[in-house]
Design a protein around this ligand. Sequence first.
Ligand SMILES: [Zn+2]
Length: 334
Amino acid sequence: MTTPIASVSIAARATLDMHSLNNEGGEGNQIQTRMVDIVDHLGELHNVNAISGDMLKHVLMEHFFQQARAHHLPLCQSCQHFNTNRINADKEFLKRVEAEKVKDADFIDQVLQTCAIDDVAGVLVTENRSLPRKSITEFGWVIGLPDRVSTNSYFHAKYVAERSAEKRAEDAEGQKTGANLGQSIFHRPASSGIYAIVCHLELARIGYNDIKQTYAIEESERQRRAAILLESLLYTFIELNGAMRSTQLPHLVALEGVLTASTGVIPAPLISPLIGGSNDHSTYRQQVSEITAALNGREHEQVSVQNFDTIGDFATQMRSFIDSSSPFTLAVGR
Ligand SMILES: [Zn+2]
Protein backbone atom coordinates (compact mmCIF):
# COMPACT_ATOMS: atom_id res chain seq x y z
CA MET A 1 0.00 0.00 0.00
CA THR A 2 1.52 3.33 -1.06
CA THR A 3 0.64 6.90 -0.08
CA PRO A 4 -0.23 9.22 -2.96
CA ILE A 5 2.15 12.21 -2.83
CA ALA A 6 1.31 15.45 -4.68
CA SER A 7 4.44 17.45 -3.86
CA VAL A 8 7.72 17.14 -2.00
CA SER A 9 10.01 19.89 -0.69
CA ILE A 10 13.50 19.68 0.76
CA ALA A 11 15.32 22.44 2.62
CA ALA A 12 18.83 21.40 3.58
CA ARG A 13 22.27 22.55 4.66
CA ALA A 14 25.10 20.62 3.07
CA THR A 15 28.77 20.92 3.99
CA LEU A 16 30.86 20.57 0.85
CA ASP A 17 34.64 20.75 0.90
CA MET A 18 37.04 21.52 -1.94
CA HIS A 19 34.47 21.52 -4.71
CA SER A 20 34.46 23.39 -7.95
CA LEU A 21 30.85 22.79 -8.95
CA ASN A 22 30.20 26.44 -9.71
CA ASN A 23 32.88 27.63 -12.10
CA GLU A 24 31.59 30.18 -14.54
CA GLY A 25 34.34 30.13 -17.12
CA GLY A 26 37.77 31.68 -17.28
CA GLU A 27 39.71 34.81 -18.07
CA GLY A 28 43.04 33.80 -19.54
CA ASN A 29 44.31 30.97 -17.36
CA GLN A 30 42.31 32.11 -14.32
CA ILE A 31 39.01 30.30 -13.74
CA GLN A 32 36.33 32.35 -11.98
CA THR A 33 34.05 31.06 -9.28
CA ARG A 34 30.52 32.28 -8.81
CA MET A 35 29.71 34.90 -6.14
CA VAL A 36 26.22 36.24 -5.39
CA ASP A 37 24.71 38.90 -3.13
CA ILE A 38 22.19 37.77 -0.56
CA VAL A 39 20.34 39.40 2.34
CA ASP A 40 20.21 37.42 5.60
CA HIS A 41 17.31 37.14 8.06
CA LEU A 42 18.47 40.33 9.82
CA GLY A 43 18.53 42.36 6.61
CA GLU A 44 22.32 42.36 6.28
CA LEU A 45 23.83 42.09 2.81
CA HIS A 46 26.49 39.43 2.15
CA ASN A 47 28.54 38.42 -0.87
CA VAL A 48 28.84 34.63 -0.83
CA ASN A 49 29.95 31.72 -2.99
CA ALA A 50 27.05 29.93 -4.73
CA ILE A 51 26.16 27.17 -7.19
CA SER A 52 23.33 27.84 -9.64
CA GLY A 53 20.13 25.79 -9.54
CA ASP A 54 20.80 24.82 -13.17
CA MET A 55 23.75 22.77 -11.98
CA LEU A 56 21.67 20.77 -9.50
CA LYS A 57 18.85 20.27 -11.96
CA HIS A 58 21.37 19.09 -14.53
CA VAL A 59 22.77 16.62 -11.99
CA LEU A 60 19.26 15.37 -11.21
CA MET A 61 18.50 14.89 -14.90
CA GLU A 62 21.78 13.06 -15.50
CA HIS A 63 20.78 10.54 -12.84
CA PHE A 64 17.22 10.42 -14.19
CA PHE A 65 18.56 9.81 -17.71
CA GLN A 66 20.67 6.83 -16.57
CA GLN A 67 17.74 5.36 -14.65
CA ALA A 68 15.28 6.01 -17.48
CA ARG A 69 17.51 4.10 -19.91
CA ALA A 70 18.03 1.23 -17.47
CA HIS A 71 14.27 0.92 -16.90
CA HIS A 72 13.28 1.52 -20.54
CA LEU A 73 11.22 4.66 -19.99
CA PRO A 74 10.23 6.36 -23.26
CA LEU A 75 12.69 9.08 -24.35
CA CYS A 76 12.56 11.30 -27.43
CA GLN A 77 15.38 10.91 -29.97
CA SER A 78 17.12 13.95 -28.56
CA CYS A 79 16.98 12.87 -24.89
CA GLN A 80 18.25 9.40 -25.87
CA HIS A 81 21.56 11.23 -26.34
CA PHE A 82 20.99 13.50 -23.34
CA ASN A 83 20.79 16.49 -25.68
CA THR A 84 19.68 19.40 -23.49
CA ASN A 85 17.54 20.81 -26.31
CA ARG A 86 15.18 17.96 -25.45
CA ILE A 87 12.30 17.41 -27.87
CA ASN A 88 13.22 20.60 -29.77
CA ALA A 89 16.03 18.58 -31.33
CA ASP A 90 13.86 15.55 -32.23
CA LYS A 91 13.38 16.51 -35.88
CA GLU A 92 11.36 13.43 -36.74
CA PHE A 93 8.84 14.08 -33.96
CA LEU A 94 8.48 17.75 -34.92
CA LYS A 95 8.12 16.93 -38.62
CA ARG A 96 5.40 14.39 -37.93
CA VAL A 97 3.29 16.62 -35.65
CA GLU A 98 3.66 19.44 -38.14
CA ALA A 99 2.51 17.21 -41.02
CA GLU A 100 -0.45 16.00 -38.96
CA LYS A 101 -1.30 19.60 -37.98
CA VAL A 102 -1.54 18.57 -34.32
CA LYS A 103 -3.20 21.18 -32.08
CA ASP A 104 -1.26 22.59 -29.08
CA ALA A 105 -3.22 20.62 -26.45
CA ASP A 106 -2.69 17.31 -28.31
CA PHE A 107 0.92 18.28 -28.99
CA ILE A 108 1.57 18.38 -25.21
CA ASP A 109 -0.08 14.93 -24.89
CA GLN A 110 2.31 13.57 -27.48
CA VAL A 111 5.36 15.20 -25.83
CA LEU A 112 4.42 13.62 -22.49
CA GLN A 113 3.85 10.22 -24.09
CA THR A 114 7.06 10.38 -26.14
CA CYS A 115 9.54 11.51 -23.50
CA ALA A 116 9.85 11.08 -19.72
CA ILE A 117 12.63 13.70 -19.53
CA ASP A 118 10.58 16.39 -21.29
CA ASP A 119 7.76 15.46 -18.90
CA VAL A 120 9.68 15.88 -15.62
CA ALA A 121 12.28 18.49 -16.63
CA GLY A 122 10.08 20.66 -18.83
CA VAL A 123 10.79 22.23 -22.21
CA LEU A 124 9.93 25.30 -24.24
CA VAL A 125 9.01 24.18 -27.72
CA THR A 126 10.02 26.94 -30.12
CA GLU A 127 9.82 25.45 -33.62
CA ASN A 128 6.70 26.60 -35.49
CA ARG A 129 4.93 27.24 -32.19
CA SER A 130 5.78 28.60 -28.76
CA LEU A 131 4.60 26.06 -26.23
CA PRO A 132 5.95 25.53 -22.71
CA ARG A 133 5.95 22.35 -20.65
CA LYS A 134 6.49 23.60 -17.10
CA SER A 135 9.10 21.60 -15.19
CA ILE A 136 8.01 19.26 -12.40
CA THR A 137 11.34 19.71 -10.65
CA GLU A 138 12.51 23.03 -9.23
CA PHE A 139 15.85 23.94 -7.63
CA GLY A 140 16.94 27.22 -6.15
CA TRP A 141 20.50 28.54 -6.05
CA VAL A 142 22.74 26.64 -3.67
CA ILE A 143 23.91 29.49 -1.44
CA GLY A 144 26.87 29.61 0.91
CA LEU A 145 26.04 30.56 4.50
CA PRO A 146 27.60 33.95 5.39
CA ASP A 147 31.01 33.49 7.06
CA ARG A 148 30.81 29.75 6.47
CA VAL A 149 32.26 29.55 2.97
CA SER A 150 35.73 30.14 1.66
CA THR A 151 37.16 30.08 -1.86
CA ASN A 152 40.83 29.91 -2.75
CA SER A 153 42.63 29.70 -6.03
CA TYR A 154 45.13 26.89 -6.51
CA PHE A 155 48.04 26.67 -8.89
CA HIS A 156 48.10 23.72 -11.28
CA ALA A 157 50.45 22.77 -14.06
CA LYS A 158 50.21 20.53 -17.07
CA TYR A 159 53.64 19.03 -17.61
CA VAL A 160 54.88 17.89 -20.97
CA ALA A 161 57.68 15.30 -20.95
CA GLU A 162 59.31 16.19 -24.27
CA ARG A 163 60.59 19.81 -24.20
CA SER A 164 63.16 19.93 -27.04
CA ALA A 165 63.36 23.07 -29.20
CA GLU A 166 61.70 21.23 -32.11
CA LYS A 167 58.86 19.99 -29.91
CA ARG A 168 58.28 23.47 -28.44
CA ALA A 169 58.12 24.97 -31.93
CA GLU A 170 55.69 22.27 -33.01
CA ASP A 171 53.46 22.89 -29.94
CA ALA A 172 53.52 26.66 -30.59
CA GLU A 173 52.35 25.99 -34.16
CA GLY A 174 49.52 23.78 -32.78
CA GLN A 175 48.47 26.65 -30.50
CA LYS A 176 47.18 28.55 -33.59
CA THR A 177 44.57 25.86 -34.23
CA GLY A 178 43.62 25.66 -30.54
CA ALA A 179 45.40 22.31 -30.08
CA ASN A 180 46.94 23.46 -26.76
CA LEU A 181 49.64 20.77 -26.67
CA GLY A 182 52.34 22.71 -24.82
CA GLN A 183 53.22 22.86 -21.16
CA SER A 184 50.89 25.22 -19.34
CA ILE A 185 50.05 26.59 -15.93
CA PHE A 186 46.63 27.56 -14.69
CA HIS A 187 44.80 28.62 -11.55
CA ARG A 188 41.67 26.86 -10.47
CA PRO A 189 39.43 27.80 -7.54
CA ALA A 190 38.06 25.39 -4.95
CA SER A 191 35.47 26.27 -2.32
CA SER A 192 34.60 24.79 1.05
CA GLY A 193 31.64 25.64 3.17
CA ILE A 194 28.09 25.12 4.35
CA TYR A 195 25.52 25.60 1.62
CA ALA A 196 21.75 26.13 1.74
CA ILE A 197 19.74 24.03 -0.73
CA VAL A 198 16.04 24.26 -1.65
CA CYS A 199 14.12 22.03 -4.02
CA HIS A 200 10.55 21.19 -4.85
CA LEU A 201 8.97 18.35 -6.87
CA GLU A 202 5.39 18.32 -8.10
CA LEU A 203 4.69 14.60 -8.43
CA ALA A 204 0.99 15.22 -9.10
CA ARG A 205 1.89 16.81 -12.45
CA ILE A 206 3.83 13.82 -13.81
CA GLY A 207 2.20 13.08 -17.16
CA TYR A 208 -0.30 15.90 -16.61
CA ASN A 209 -1.30 18.03 -19.58
CA ASP A 210 -1.74 21.57 -18.18
CA ILE A 211 -3.79 22.69 -21.20
CA LYS A 212 -6.26 19.79 -21.24
CA GLN A 213 -6.12 19.34 -17.44
CA THR A 214 -5.96 15.57 -17.92
CA TYR A 215 -3.26 12.92 -17.82
CA ALA A 216 -1.62 11.89 -21.07
CA ILE A 217 -0.12 8.64 -19.76
CA GLU A 218 -1.27 5.58 -17.80
CA GLU A 219 -1.18 5.41 -14.00
CA SER A 220 1.46 2.65 -14.07
CA GLU A 221 3.75 4.81 -16.25
CA ARG A 222 3.28 7.78 -13.89
CA GLN A 223 4.29 5.52 -10.99
CA ARG A 224 7.45 4.42 -12.81
CA ARG A 225 8.47 7.99 -13.61
CA ALA A 226 7.75 9.20 -10.05
CA ALA A 227 9.79 6.40 -8.46
CA ILE A 228 12.75 7.06 -10.78
CA LEU A 229 12.53 10.81 -10.19
CA LEU A 230 12.62 10.40 -6.39
CA GLU A 231 15.42 7.86 -6.69
CA SER A 232 17.38 10.35 -8.85
CA LEU A 233 16.78 13.07 -6.26
CA LEU A 234 18.37 10.85 -3.61
CA TYR A 235 21.38 10.26 -5.92
CA THR A 236 21.67 14.00 -6.57
CA PHE A 237 22.30 14.69 -2.89
CA ILE A 238 24.73 11.84 -2.39
CA GLU A 239 26.53 12.11 -5.72
CA LEU A 240 26.88 15.71 -6.78
CA ASN A 241 28.02 15.58 -10.35
CA GLY A 242 28.96 18.89 -11.89
CA ALA A 243 31.93 20.89 -13.07
CA MET A 244 35.48 19.60 -12.71
CA ARG A 245 34.60 16.38 -10.97
CA SER A 246 37.41 14.42 -12.57
CA THR A 247 39.95 15.97 -10.20
CA GLN A 248 37.85 17.97 -7.74
CA LEU A 249 35.22 15.50 -6.62
CA PRO A 250 33.40 17.34 -3.81
CA HIS A 251 33.77 16.07 -0.25
CA LEU A 252 30.27 15.87 1.18
CA VAL A 253 30.94 16.17 4.90
CA ALA A 254 27.51 16.79 6.42
CA LEU A 255 23.87 17.03 5.42
CA GLU A 256 20.93 18.09 7.55
CA GLY A 257 17.54 19.46 6.79
CA VAL A 258 13.83 18.89 6.53
CA LEU A 259 11.64 17.06 4.03
CA THR A 260 7.95 17.86 3.67
CA ALA A 261 5.41 15.94 1.60
CA SER A 262 1.83 16.72 0.75
CA THR A 263 -0.80 14.08 0.03
CA GLY A 264 -3.21 16.59 -1.51
CA VAL A 265 -3.53 19.99 -3.10
CA ILE A 266 -1.92 21.82 -0.15
CA PRO A 267 1.66 22.60 -1.26
CA ALA A 268 4.50 20.89 0.61
CA PRO A 269 5.93 23.87 2.54
CA LEU A 270 9.41 25.09 1.73
CA ILE A 271 11.40 27.86 3.41
CA SER A 272 15.04 28.80 3.15
CA PRO A 273 17.58 27.01 5.33
CA LEU A 274 19.35 30.40 5.54
CA ILE A 275 16.75 31.37 8.14
CA GLY A 276 18.18 31.68 11.63
CA GLY A 277 21.68 32.54 10.45
CA SER A 278 24.89 30.56 10.23
CA ASN A 279 25.02 29.44 13.88
CA ASP A 280 21.41 28.33 14.19
CA HIS A 281 20.56 24.82 12.96
CA SER A 282 17.05 24.60 14.29
CA THR A 283 14.96 27.71 13.51
CA TYR A 284 14.26 26.91 9.85
CA ARG A 285 13.23 23.36 10.72
CA GLN A 286 11.12 24.52 13.63
CA GLN A 287 9.34 27.01 11.36
CA VAL A 288 8.65 24.30 8.78
CA SER A 289 7.02 22.25 11.57
CA GLU A 290 4.90 25.23 12.62
CA ILE A 291 3.82 25.92 9.02
CA THR A 292 2.97 22.23 8.56
CA ALA A 293 0.81 22.23 11.71
CA ALA A 294 -0.93 25.42 10.56
CA LEU A 295 -1.60 23.99 7.07
CA ASN A 296 -3.01 20.75 8.44
CA GLY A 297 -5.24 22.54 10.95
CA ARG A 298 -7.74 20.22 12.54
CA GLU A 299 -8.38 18.35 9.30
CA HIS A 300 -6.98 15.00 8.34
CA GLU A 301 -3.20 15.41 8.07
CA GLN A 302 -2.27 16.26 4.47
CA VAL A 303 1.27 17.50 5.00
CA SER A 304 3.98 15.46 6.72
CA VAL A 305 7.34 16.68 7.94
CA GLN A 306 10.58 14.77 8.62
CA ASN A 307 13.91 16.11 9.84
CA PHE A 308 17.21 14.50 8.92
CA ASP A 309 20.54 15.11 10.66
CA THR A 310 23.13 13.11 8.73
CA ILE A 311 23.78 11.92 5.18
CA GLY A 312 22.89 8.36 6.22
CA ASP A 313 19.72 9.58 7.92
CA PHE A 314 18.68 11.42 4.74
CA ALA A 315 19.34 8.35 2.56
CA THR A 316 17.41 6.05 4.92
CA GLN A 317 14.43 8.39 5.07
CA MET A 318 14.40 8.92 1.31
CA ARG A 319 14.52 5.14 0.77
CA SER A 320 11.43 4.49 2.87
CA PHE A 321 9.73 7.56 1.36
CA ILE A 322 10.38 6.32 -2.21
CA ASP A 323 9.21 2.80 -1.38
CA SER A 324 5.99 3.99 0.24
CA SER A 325 4.97 6.71 -2.27
CA SER A 326 2.97 6.89 -5.47
CA PRO A 327 2.14 10.04 -7.45
CA PHE A 328 -1.07 11.79 -6.40
CA THR A 329 -3.77 12.02 -9.11
CA LEU A 330 -5.34 15.44 -9.58
CA ALA A 331 -9.07 15.76 -10.22
CA VAL A 332 -9.13 15.86 -14.01
CA GLY A 333 -11.16 18.28 -16.14
CA ARG A 334 -14.21 17.05 -17.97
ZN1 LIG B 1 13.02 14.36 -24.63
